[in-house]
Design a protein around this ligand. Structure first.
Ligand code: CO
Length: 205
């Protein structure tokens, strides 16, 4: 299995270098991605592939069900590096329909450590219980919860001191919420973008 993977890598790198001589040498000198992607770890939603982007074009952080925990040092470190060092100005929180993490958060079964990780989604499901109860189909209900999780994630990224500081310093960063359809391969804008107007001057004092 691993040898197959290494063989495929060798084929890919050879092909890439033939197509664009010096490609890796150029890419190795610096990265200038335009996007920071926060998405689900699901193997069917690889950021570069679904966004049609090459290596070097998107900085990526992924976790189970793209949950934004305000004290997640892993996510915060990546976010700070993206904003301050890479000077990325477009941040994307991307969820997907058919998300196993969202499904797990709606089940009455123990999932071990994942239950701690997914707790914010359970909280969202409780907060929107009345709205969600109006959707009869279980799959559609979970997909709506996946959308709500993205909108909440955008809000949480916007409320981090990293984004608040950037907006206070008049840096023009925007945070977008997208959802990906496993069944059609399409990304949809959830129209929950927040930008510099989201700077909370009172909270920052
Ligand atoms: Co998922």
């Amino acid at each position: 299995m691993l040898n197959d993977l290494l063989d495929r890598n060798a084929t890919w790198s050879d092909q890439r270098n033939r197509d664009e001589p010096g490609y890796f040498a150029r890419l190795a000198t610096r990265q200038t991605p335009e996007f920071f992607w926060i998405g689900c770890s699901d193997s069917r939603v690889p950021a570069n592939v679904v966004a049609g982007l090459d290596p070097g074009e998107v900085f990526v952080h992924r976790n189970v069900a793209n949950v934004i925990h305000s004290s997640d040092m892993n996510m915060l470190s990546a976010l700070e590096f993206a904003v301050d060092a890479l000077r990325i100005r477009e941040i994307i929180v991307c969820g997907h329909y058919g998300c196993g993490g969202v499904k797990a958060a709606t089940e009455d079964l123990p999932h071990g450590l994942a239950d701690h990780w997914l707790e914010p989604i359970r909280r969202l499901a409780r907060a929107y219980a009345i709205d969600l109860a109006q959707i009869d189909d279980q799959e559609a209900r979970r997909d709506r919860l996946a959308e709500l999780n993205v909108v909440e994630g955008v809000r949480r990224v916007a409320e981090t001191p990293i984004l608040q500081r950037a907006w206070k310093n008049r840096v023009s960063i925007r945070v977008h919420g997208l959802i990906y359809g496993l069944k059609d391969g399409r990304l949809r804008d959830l129209d929950c973008t927040v930008g510099p107007g989201h700077f909370n001057a009172e909270a920052a004092q």
